[in-house]
Design a protein around this ligand. Sequence first.
Ligand code: ZN
Length: 219
Amino acid sequence: MNAENALRRRLLLAATAGLVAGAALPGTAHAASAGSSVVEPDIDSTATWGARAASGTISTLQYRPSKIIVHHTVSPNTTDYSRAQAHSHAHWVQNLHMDKNGWVDTGYNFLVSRGGWITEGRHGSLRTLTGGTTFILGAHTSGQNTSGIGIANEGSYHDGATPPAAQWDVLVTLCAYACTKYGIPASQIYGHMDFGDTLCPGVIHEMLPQLRSQVAARM
Ligand SMILES: [Zn+2]
């Protein structure tokens, strides 16, 4: 099953189960008429993808984040769009951050795979997002970790490569959900390079105006 179909199926299931108020299916007439059309995306928790335990204390900040900061992970631009690959990527990032950077856990709060699967990054990020009142202190953007959550896209977008459609669509969905849960305006979605001397998130940075407008349309 490709990721777009997977997302559509999940949305259908959520709508059928009455879990999503005014659930909006992409490309259907329902989307425009729904008063509260933001969709709760499927996010594979650290337990689901089998993360290592954190090596130290993870801090929960007792307030809401005021921004989202988008990254890319500079991993290979794989054409494996499976959920298994999303889990492999989550492990790769966690290992890099713990073993090379010496951090307690994955630095990002969430990751979006090229196939459109979302994985939780730092432990607790999913639980706190669902709660909507607190968030987990990450390690992704110098000076901004106490005010923003970090969402990283699998892949490397430096050399003209753009994110696959499934990845982009799920990024929009996740951002819209996080913005709604935390009361963050879509205008407060940034790229890593807005806050530091980095090329991250590559071409995705040029796509941020489009991301903000698509997120705003989903809220
Ligand atoms: Zn970054």
